[in-house]
Design a protein around this ligand. Sequence first.
Ligand SMILES: NC(=O)c1ccc[n+]([C@@H]2O[C@H](COP(=O)([O-])OP(=O)(O)OC[C@H]3O[C@@H](n4cnc5c(N)ncnc54)[C@H](O)[C@@H]3O)[C@@H](O)[C@H]2O)c1
Length: 393
Amino acid sequence: MSEKCSMAVLGVGQRGYAYVSMLKNHPQVELAALCDTSAERVNCFAAELGCSHVPCFYSVDELLAKGKFDAVIITTPDFTHKECAVKCFEAGKHVMLEKPMAPTVAESREIIAAAQRSKKMLQIGFVLRCHPVFKGVKKELESGTIGELLSINCSESLRVMHGASYMRRWHRKSGNSGGFLLAKCSHDLDLMSDFTGSLPVKVASFGGVNFFTPDKQKAPVCSKCPDQECRFRFKGEMVRMTPEEKAAPAEKSFDLCVFNADKDVVDNQQVLLEYANGVRGTFSLNLFAPVPKREWRLVGTLGYIDADTAKKEYTVTFSDGREGFTRHCEADNTSAHDGSDMIFLNEFVDNILSGKAPEADAFAGLSSTVIGNAADRARLTGSVVDISLEEYK
Ligand SMILES: NC(=O)c1ccc[n+]([C@@H]2O[C@H](COP(=O)([O-])OP(=O)(O)OC[C@H]3O[C@@H](n4cnc5c(N)ncnc54)[C@H](O)[C@@H]3O)[C@@H](O)[C@H]2O)c1
């Protein structure tokens, strides 16, 4: 087993930047290449991160033709995942592909086929599987603390400016990401399946735009808007920009109005799910929180678990008179998602070096896309959508 692997990062934007900053001093990784279709961005961010010595490339084809590395982290927008991942597998690379795997089931299947042909590893960026609170909850479920799981009620609340950023960035078009639910909450859909140990066979959903509706008082872009006091005026939130982009954000449409942009995503959504093993669940997406948090309740035959990522703890309450308990889960704030990002990256490195199969595998990625697409179909048609277990294969 070799001690180190060499790695490339493909797509050095918001997420790629975070990976480069974790990789640049990683003891088991040689950061061997960076690639972004924007030369300005990749050159600027490489310098900012002290990685100017790392070779930079400006297309996936150039990266694969000239770069020398074993594995690649793909952090490009969702609508490019299939093309990037398939090419990387064809070039014989191990791949960590950001979530969601792809906007559509058909694209996800093409990625899986390419991974299988190449016999290389595919890990999907479901970092929440490494979250200290959810790791604790999973242990409780596995050790039978609350008996047999009956239902699972989950919510994700986004910080308001984070949610608003989805109204102006590339995610604002469902075609680019598979919709808000899949783009943002494929993590949650994945973890719900992992916790239930099953997959949904029926999905219903309601959702829409209640707040970010068109507003005639505002301009199409913040830089030309008369409403100077608007709390959503673009100030650079949730986008990594070069100095040139910061000086003229309107030139690349960074400052689209969150109300008036041409968008088709929801700003709130509720999902109801029935799993093949009889567990039932709900998921609620909310965009208007002061701090981000996931609040989950898992109900079993002996009691329930309440998990809260903002408090970084979970509480077990028993229904049979026993005294419950709260576990505070220490989080390491040196990487995002309460330290999950670094744990997840270390798992990827370990999987490459040891040949172990990833937990967040290709079929976890496919499943999330199947569920996300089905929920949006249910929302748009106002019907309950049946999912055959064959669709997850
Ligand atoms: N796991 C998580 O928690 C998490 C968090 C945030 C984002 N993400 C995912 O990471 C991915 C990137 O999101 P982001 O917010 O960083 O987007 P972004 O727009 O900030 O960055 C994407 C970068 O990719 C570049 N790019 C676009 N097409 C390319 C191509 N074909 N080849 C090379 N480079 C290309 C762009 O120029 C840009 O710099 C998305 O799939 C997103 O869903 C995951």
